[in-house]
Design a protein around this ligand. Structure first.
Ligand code: UDP
Ligand code: MG
Length: 311
C-alpha cells in the first residue's frame, strides 16, 4: 500500500471543485494498493471556494484543507501543501482540470519504476491566447539562454514527486519561488509525460498578462545573475569606446581646431549612455528588491483556517 497526497492550490475555483473531485475519484478509485487524499489550499479566494471545500470535506473523509488569510500566490500555496504532506508520494495539480487526471495512473507507474519526479508538459498550446503563447516561448528561450537550469517548453506544475524530492524542495526556502526552476535545480531522476493542451473546465484564469510578466521576470532573477554581468560588460564596452573617441577628438582638435558642430551627435550619445545606465540600475534594483524580501525572512503564507493539525 502506498500513500498519495494531492496538493491543489485554489484561487476562485468555486465552479470547478466539485467536478475536479469527481474526476480524480474516477481516476483513482479503481487503482489498487493506493491510499489517496486531497489537500486543498484556499489561496485567499474571493468567491465561495472555501465553503465548497468545506462541504466536500464533510462528504468525503479524504479531504483536507488549509485556508490562507489572503491571496499569497500559487507558489506559496504549493509550498504550504508540500510542508503539510507526509505521504510516500505527492502530486501537485491545478483545480481547473487543465491537468488531466487520466495521467495519474501512468505517473504512479513511472514512480514505482524508480523515477523520483514524474513531470508533465503540454505539447500544444491550442486554446490559449496567441500573444500569451508567444511571450511564454520568448520567456523560455530567454531563461534557458541566461541561466543554468533548463526550463522545458510547455512544462506544467503538474507533477508527481517522492517524499525525498519533497524534502529537497522544502530545503530551498527562498521567498521568491519559481517552481519550474526549483524542480530542475534539485536534480533527481525525472520522467516527462506529454499531453495536448486542455481548456479550463470552468471559471477563468486568474493570471493577467501583467502578473505573468512579473512572474517571468522574477523567475529569471531567481535563477540567474547573468543580467548583472550583461550590464557590467556593456559598461566596460562603452568606457573603452568613449575613451578611444576622446583620444580621437583631442587629436582632431589639436590638428584642425574646434569648429562648433556635432551637437546633435553629442546629445544622442549622452541620451544613449544615460539610457544604458538606467537599464543597468534597473537590473540592480530588481536584484536588490529580491534580496530585500529574502532578508526580511517573512513566512511564505499565513493560515487562517484548516482541518488538519500536523503543522
Ligand atoms: N492559483 C492560486 N493562487 C493564485 C492564482 C492561481 O492558487 O493566486 C491556482 C488556481 O486556482 C489553479 C492554479 O493555481 O488551481 C492555476 O491557475 P490558473 O488556471 O488560473 O492558471 P493557468 O492554468 O491559466 O496558467
Ligand atoms: Mg488553468
Amino acid at each position: 500500500m502506498v500513500s498519495l497526497k494531492i496538493i491543489v492550490p485554489c484561487y476562485d475555483e468555486e465552479k470547478t471543485l466539485d467536478i475536479f473531485y469527481n474526476e480524480i475519484s474516477t481516476a483513482l478509485n479503481n487503482l489498487n494498493n493506493i491510499h489517496w487524499s486531497v489537500l486543498f489550499i484556499n489561496d485567499g479566494s474571493k468567491d465561495n471556494t472555501l465553503q465548497i471545500i468545506k462541504n466536500l470535506s464533510i462528504n468525503y473523509e479524504n479531504i483536507e484543507y488549509l485556508s490562507f488569510s489572503r491571496n499569497f500566490g500559487k507558489e506559496s500555496a504549493i509550498y504550504a501543501g508540500l510542508e503539510n504532506s507526509t505521504e510516500d508520494y505527492v502530486l501537485i495539480m491545478d483545480a481547473d482540470l487543465q491537468d488531466p487526471p487520466h495521467l495519474i495512473p501512468e505517473m504512479l507507474k513511472n514512480a514505482s519504476m524508480g523515477y523520483d519526479i514524474v513531470s508533465t508538459r503540454r505539447v500544444s498550446r491550442k486554446g490559449e491566447p496567441i500573444v500569451r503563447s508567444f511571450f511564454a516561448r520568448v520567456f523560455n528561450k530567454l531563461i534557458n539562454l541566461l541561466s543554468d537550469v533548463e526550463i522545458v517548453d510547455g512544462a506544467r506544475d503538474y507533477k508527481l514527486i517522492t517524499a525525498e524530492v519533497k524534502d529537497s524542495v522544502l530545503g530551498l526556502k527562498e521567498y521568491n519561488r519559481f517552481s519550474k526552476g526549483i524542480f530542475q535545480w534539485i536534480g533527481f531522476k525525472n520522467k516527462w509525460i506529454e499531453y495536448e493542451n486542455i481548456e479550463r473546465s470552468a471559471g477563468e484564469t486568474s493570471w493577467s498578462f501583467w502578473s505573468l510578466f512579473k512572474y517571468s521576470i522574477s523567475g529569471i532573477i531567481s535563477f540567474t545573475t547573468a543580467p548583472l554581468h550583461v550590464s557590467t560588460i556593456i559598461g566596460i564596452l562603452f568606457a573603452i569606446i568613449s575613451f578611444i573617441l576622446i583620444v580621437i577628438i583631442v587629436i582632431k582638435t589639436l590638428l584642425f581646431g574646434d569648429p562648433v558642430d556635432g551637437w546633435p551627435s553629442t546629445i544622442s550619445i549622452i541620451l544613449f549612455v544615460g539610457g544604458i545606465q538606467l537599464f543597468a540600475i534597473g537590473i540592480l534594483g530588481q536584484y536588490i528588491s529580491k534580496i530585500y524580501l529574502e532578508v526580511k525572512n517573512r513566512p511564505h503564507y499565513i493560515i487562517k483556517e484548516k482541518n488538519i493539525d500536523n503543522k
